[in-house]
Design a protein around this ligand. Structure first.
Ligand SMILES: [Zn+2]
Ligand SMILES: [Zn+2]
Length: 191
């Protein structure tokens, strides 16, 4: 029987009682998982293929393949573009019993009935969202003077320095004179 597409990442292990493995398809909204970003948003829900594999009695291996698409604004040229996200997760759960110690960090436990991988998926997908989205590594960005998108062509502005300080700025003129005085006094001391 073909499984219907699920909307959660919580699995009822009754399904696995008489089988060694089971595969699920899930479409989970990013909001459900708390994947909300200022700089980017998910265009599609997360599409997940999850394989639960019984191993050595009560241990369960989980493999989850997750894909989605994010829309983000390029930090250099401010166009909105899409990023394909794809990540794979491998987890191993053992049945929680009296002797299980919760604080062993790598070991994961489940209660024998349900298995929830929402938090694992959330963390794995978080890592795939770029902190500094760029439409391309070589994006030229915008002209700081006229705002022309430089990927499309040059604008003709002459940009001389990395950080141009207009000479008419009274503060920078003041600073300049202070610095040149300091320079002068240093030179006098050194001579
Ligand atoms: Zn760009
Ligand atoms: Zn320009």
């Amino acid at each position: 029987m073909k499984e219907s597409i699920r909307k959660t990442l919580v699995f009822d292990l009754k399904d696995l009682r008489h089988e060694d493995f089971k595969q699920y398809e899930a479409l989970v909204s990013s909001e459900t998982l708390g994947l909300i970003f200022e700089e980017a948003e998910f265009v599609n829900p997360l599409s997940c293929t999850i394989l639960l594999l019984r191993q050595g009695g009560d241990n369960i291996c989980v493999t989850a393949d997750i894909t989605s698409v994010i829309s983000a604004e390029c930090r250099r040229c401010v166009i909105t573009f899409e990023i394909d996200v794809a990540t794979t997760l491998d987890l191993f759960f053992s049945l929680k019993d009296e002797s299980s110690e919760e604080d062993e960090t790598d070991e994961r436990y489940y209660d024998g009935e349900t298995l929830d991988i929402s938090e694992d998926v959330r963390q794995a997908v978080m890592l795939e969202v770029p902190m500094w989205p760029l439409c391309s590594e070589t994006c030229e960005g915008l002209c700081p003077q006229c705002g022309t998108e430089l990927n499309a062509g040059v604008c003709g502005c002459e940009i001389e320095d990395e950080v141009p300080i207009p000479a008419s700025n009274p503060l920078s003129a003041q600073l300049e004179s202070i610095f040149s005085k300091a320079d002068l006094s240093k030179k006098l001391k050194n001579s």
